[in-house]
Design a protein around this ligand. Structure first.
Ligand code: ADP
Ligand code: GN1
Ligand code: MG
Length: 365
């Protein structure tokens, strides 16, 4: 439910802010939480206020604890490396006046972080930025690699488990609650045809051949802030889904979003293709940092990660369409179907380039 200006000010008043704030305006275009930028009486944007979607993140306490652990750990690592300007290189969340990590207003859960000044995020990037992004996610993985197992909770259980996502898809088909199944039978068939080959990670994990690592699990291109002064990566943001998972998630989701020549919800499917230059630049940057800790199997599977995350997103958008749009925010009645078609087109393009991508990986094998 939308909040009035006064209500938002009242919510902000529960946090330990050191400036007087005047307004909060919508910010960004995430599909899950509501994000607002907060302006002070001096006209400066100083804070980011977010309403946490607690239908999706049901354990807000665990969510905010995870984020606290991750940001504190990264801060320590940056300090140990002798970095400067650390407040722009890791998110800082502010406690409430009673020392909690979030505020519950009886209806919604809220959190506040410092706005990172002179930063920008991109929806579309160049190969140069992609190389920087690859290095930054490599660093992100490296910095979190020494968190002891079990430190972080799974904020959404089975979040990137493909077998689980397919089970949800099958349940949606079975129930067909919005009566939309007939309209999407072709897409359902395309998904079913690929189902087995897309559950490789879960099988390899059961066989003890693939391990879990701390992952971001939402490495969309716009979940990274660049320095507006020099286009270097400053900071990885949107930390709700940082949790143990397979490393392909983070490579794959960046390829899905950064290396797409079109938009995630492009209605003109001719716009949607894989941009090989972006893929190659990201991979080079990522491998520069991650070569030391990845296994040969993970390196070999990297291009598969792009296909997998695109397939997973196709399945998730279509599941939500069949369910009657209960998960993702939509901006038009068929938005989830449009998204599904655009993701499926990208998947086809990734499949067409699979051999070329595999050849590209040879230099690290
Ligand atoms: P969502 O869950 O809505 O995707 P994000 O945390 O990714 O939320 O924030 C949405 C957008 O707001 C980002 O893409 C980024 O442009 C901007 N943003 C978020 N947090 C900050 C911050 N601390 N400083 C500057 N910009 C931010
Ligand atoms: C959601 O919140 P946002 O927009 O960064 C989703 C991701 C999807 C993405 C698709 C918690 O991310 O998993 O990949 O939309 N986040 C959650 O654009 O489900
Ligand atoms: Mg985001």
């Amino acid at each position: 439910m939308a909040k009035t200006k006064e209500e938002l000010r009242d919510i902000l008043d529960h946090f330990q802010l050191n400036e007087k704030v005047t307004s909060a305006e919508p910010f960004g275009n995430g599909h899950i939480n509501d994000t607002l930028k907060v302006t002070t009486d001096k006209g400066e944007i100083k804070y980011v206020l977010q309403r946490i979607n607690h239908q999706i993140f049901t354990d807000v306490e665990a969510l905010q604890n995870n984020i606290h652990i991750v940001t504190s750990h990264i801060r320590e690592q940056l300090e140990a490396k002798g970095e400067t300007d650390i407040d722009r290189k890791v998110l800082t969340f502010l406690p409430t006046r009673d020392g909690k990590k979030y505020y519950f207003d009886g209806e919604s859960y809220w959190r506040v972080s410092l706005f990172i000044p002179r930063s920008k995020s991109y929806e579309e990037i160049t190969p140069e930025l992609s190389f920087e992004a690859g290095k930054a996610f490599g660093d992100f993985h490296a910095m979190l690699s020494d968190l002891p197992e079990g430190t972080l909770k799974e904020t959404i259980p089975n979040f990137h488990n493909m077998e689980f996502r397919l089970r949800q898809f099958h349940e949606a088909i079975e129930a067909n609650p919005a009566g939309r199944l007939d309209e999407v039978l072709d897409l359902v068939e395309e998904i079913e045809r690929r189902a087995e080959q897309m559950c490789v990670q879960e099988r390899l994990y059961r066989e003890g051949k693939l391990r879990k690592r701390v992952n971001h699990c939402d490495t969309k291109v716009n979940n990274m802030l660049f320095d507006a002064d020099n286009d270097q990566v400053l900071c990885v943001i949107d930390l709700d889904t940082v949790m143990p998972g397979f490393v392909l998630s983070d490579i794959g989701d960046f390829i899905r979003t950064g290396a797409n020549t079109g938009a995630e919800d492009d209605e003109n499917l001719d716009n949607v293709n894989v941009n090989m230059e972006i893929f190659e630049a990201y991979t080079k940057g990522y491998m520069e940092k991650a070569k030391a800790f990845l296994t040969p199997l993970e390196i070999q599977l990297l291009p598969y990660g792009g296909r997998l995350l695109t397939y997973m997103q196709t399945v998730r958008f279509l599941t939500d369409y069949i369910n009657g749009d209960t998960y993702y925010k939509i901006h038009s009645p068929k938005h989830n179907l449009i998204r599904t078609k655009a993701q499926f087109k990208l998947l086809q393009s990734l499949e067409a380039h699979a051999e070329e991508m595999d050849r590209f990986m040879q230099k690290w094998l």
